[in-house]
Design a protein around this ligand. Structure first.
Ligand code: PLP
Length: 463
């Protein structure tokens, strides 16, 4: 509005903006009252009005009532669906940390849902009095790993923190320079040791550490030798490391604790993936404590599991941090159900999604990809969709550098980034990846029962 002062422009323009009262009385708003609380609707309308005022001051035109009401409804819908939404994982990364890592087995989901109400979290029905939170989980962990005792806490980071605090505070902890790792999200072994009030003693070099390096570093202040599986990277070439068996020989002779953080938590050997250390193997080689994750290769809920000797586990149970890092009831229930599935390895391979995904035959993946391609048949001819061989990965720092032969439906053409974005914003959200100018929908982590939904999502995103 040339010729008007900016104050005048503002007062005229803002008068064109509908009032809150007018928006509240609109029939569209009245219809919304059936689905949302009035207070939420008022807050959403205030929000869009404030945004319109800010936009106007920044030079945009004043939106009409219809536009404002549509925006408010979208804001209400987004708010009601919450921050967390279900996702179909078409990334080709089986255990995707950002997408919730291991999807739970149906049995674990049902157990968690039942535990959501009242349950025997710390109650002994037979005795009619207080019971133990981990009364179901610990015996299962003992049976599955061959350990004497077990505890379960909130995650592996907490498990390592607890073990260092209980067994090494005030003393020295020896770690190989090749294992001073950072696990995603800033969990750095040197920092954790310091935080626990212990002194880190580094031995060896990045690529080579021998038993003698550890032996030379032992002093009267040494409490623990900590071995950490470098989950998310590999050192290749001219390398050497002391085995758990060799270290156990040293720690036994010197009265030290040997802890092995194996990370991903394969209970036993995985088909064709023998590079990953197993919990059983570490214990059998003589580790006093083995820490591993509940939601990596074990395929359960987020948890940190520690198994080992009574003498090493008992101080963890009694440590004041225990309460701060304990598991909640839904996790306890889901973990128990997952461990129960592992009692029968053949059943676990079929029922635990993490294991099922990593054990799939290429023919199964090929068939799933062809089904998805068929779902897309008849869509926009410019879509240029086809089945391609892809290389997926286990994810979550498990099996680094080990590619998993998979299949994807790839889509070419212009506007691929926009299609990928629409798929992410859809309901359910579908997360793929864009590589070499094509959108890849990898079938590695997509269930047979999700193929139709992915097809529908693409159709919807193109509409
Ligand atoms: C993944 C990992 C951790 C951290 O596990 P969380 O359960 O995510 O805390 C710790 N150590 C190793 C070796 C790991 O691989």
């Amino acid at each position: 509005m040339p010729g008007l002062g900016s104050d005048e422009r503002e007062s005229i323009g803002l008068r064109a903006l509908p009032s809150l009262q007018r928006l509240l009385e609109a029939p569209e708003t009245v219809a919304l009252l059936a689905a949302y609380p009035r207070s939420e609707i008022v807050a959403a309308l205030r929000g869009v009005l404030a945004a319109a005022r800010t936009g106007f001051v920044a030079g945009q035109s004043v939106p009409g009532a219809g536009v404002l009401l549509k925006e408010a409804e979208a804001a209400l819908r987004a708010g009601a669906s919450g921050g967390m939404r279900p996702v179909i994982n078409a990334t080709g990364i089986a255990l995707h940390t950002n997408l919730g890592r291991a999807p739970l087995a149906v049995e674990a989901i049902e157990a968690a849902m039942q535990a959501a109400g009242c349950c025997t979290l710390e109650y002994d029905l037979e005795a009619g009095e207080r019971g133990q939170r981990l009364a179901g989980v610990e015996p299962l962990l003992v049976r599955l790993t061959g350990a004497e005792a077990a505890v379960a806490v909130n995650n592996t980071a907490a498990a390592v923190l607890l073990a260092l605090g209980a067994l090494a505070a005030g003393g020295e902890v020896i770690v190989s320079r090749g294992e001073l790792v950072e696990i995603g999200g800033g969990f750095r072994i040197p920092d954790v040791i310091r935080q626990c009030g212990a002194v880190l003693v580094e031995v060896g070099t990045t690529n080579r550490t021998r038993l003698a390096d550890y032996a030379d570093a032992v002093t009267p202040a040494t409490r623990m030798v900590l071995k950490v599986h470098p989950s998310n990277y590999r050192i290749l070439g001219f390398t050497a490391e002391a085995t758990v068996g060799e270290l156990a020989w040293l720690t036994r002779a010197r009265g030290l604790v040997l802890m092995d953080d194996v990370g991903s938590g394969a209970l036993g050997p995985l088909r064709g993936r023998d590079a990953e250390p197993t919990v059983r193997g570490a214990l059998a080689s003589g580790a006093d404590l083995v820490a591993f994750s509940g939601d990596k290769l074990l395929g359960g809920p987020q948890a940190g599991l520690v198994v080992g000797r009574h003498a090493a586990i008992d101080p963890l149970r009694r440590h004041p941090l225990m309460r701060a890092v304990r598991l909640d009831k839904m996790t306890v229930a889901a973990l128990e159900a997952t461990l129960r599935l592992h009692l029968d390895p053949d059943r676990a391979a079929l029922r635990v999604p993490a294991l099922r995904m990593l054990g799939q035959d290429e023919a199964v993946l090929q068939a799933r990809a062809e089904r998805l391609l068929a779902e897309l048949a008849g869509l926009d001819a410019g879509l240029d969709a086809r089945v391609e061989a892809t290389v997926g990965e286990a994810g979550a720092g498990s099996l680094p550098g080990v590619g998993i032969a998979s299949r994807g439906v790839t889509v070419g053409g212009t506007g691929i980034e926009e299609l990928a974005r629409r798929l992410r914003m859809g309901d359910p959200a579908v997360v793929g990846r864009v590589a070499q100018g094509r959108l890849v929908l990898d079938l590695l982590a997509v269930g047979d029962d999700e193929v139709e939904a992915v097809g529908a999502a693409v159709r919807c995103a193109l509409a």
